[in-house]
Design a protein around this ligand. Structure first.
Ligand SMILES: CC(C)(COP(=O)(O)OP(=O)(O)OC[C@H]1O[C@@H](n2cnc3c(N)ncnc32)[C@H](O)[C@@H]1OP(=O)(O)O)[C@@H](O)C(=O)NCCC(=O)NCCS
Length: 191
């Protein structure tokens, strides 16, 4: 992203900068979703058109910043400013405001370096330490081993298995899993 005045850093970790999304992220967001491997367990591989990203999805994700509570979608960069993907920490529609859902989507080039774990742990800490969350949860297709492993590495535990509700993409027959960590569990783990 060309660094402009709209660059608002929310969280920094040793290797990551998590900052608010902006329309300057359009190209990177379209490119991220255009990799069928990235989208395999999200849509079955289909990407997001530039028009849909520009007119609908990206503005929708950015609007989370307008809501109270400090939650939302955050672009992830390395400290050199290279776009890696995004994380979210947000109560989805219909969820209690103090039970945010954690999510992540990274470029394939960034996989396997512990970035998702590093960003996700920082957001779990932020949820409990700074935002007053009572519980943080995440869900994934059961076959999305990488995503499930990130949840486990954040201290989350399996809460339930449930039927996949989206398009019948490969792996959907195994269902979805929900993982979560409560404030009490987080405090115990932090010692
Ligand atoms: C899921 C995703 C975010 C993981 O990112 P990542 O930065 O590679 O994850 P990490 O490097 O932090 O790895 C965390 C753990 O998961 C394991 N892991 C990661 N990808 C894996 C895979 N495809 N299969 C098996 N294990 C995997 C790692 O080995 C590591 O475990 P370990 O420390 O015990 O070895 C990344 O693969 C991605 O963006 N996928 C596409 C989008 C997506 O599916 N998002 C989740 C939707 S619910």
């Amino acid at each position: 992203m060309a660094r402009g005045v709209s660059r608002v850093v929310v969280v920094e970790t040793p290797r990551l900068v998590l900052r608010r999304l902006s329309m300057d992220d359009l190209d990177d967001m379209v490119a991220l979703d255009s990799d069928p491997e990235v989208m395999r367990y999200v849509t079955g591989g289909a990407g997001t058109s530039r028009e849909d990203m520009r007119d609908d999805l990206l503005p929708h994700l950015m609007r989370y910043d307008e809501r109270p509570g400090g939650y939302g979608f955050l672009a992830a960069e390395d400290h050199a400013g290279t776009f890696l993907g995004w994380f979210h920490l947000r109560p989805p529609p219909g969820s209690p405001p103090d039970e945010p859902e954690l999510g992540y989507r990274l470029n394939r080039a960034a996989w396997g370096r512990g970035y998702a774990t590093e960003g996700a742990r920082a957001l779990v800490d932020r949820a409990f330490r700074d935002l007053g969350a009572r519980r943080v949860w995440a869900s994934a297709m059961a076959v999305n081993t990488g995503s499930v492993r990130v949840m486990e590495k954040c201290g989350m535990r399996l809460v339930r298995r449930f039927a996949f509700s989206g398009e019948p993409i490969p792996g959907a027959e195994e269902g979805d899993v929900e993982y979560a960590i409560t404030r009490e569990e987080w405090e115990r783990a932090a010692g």
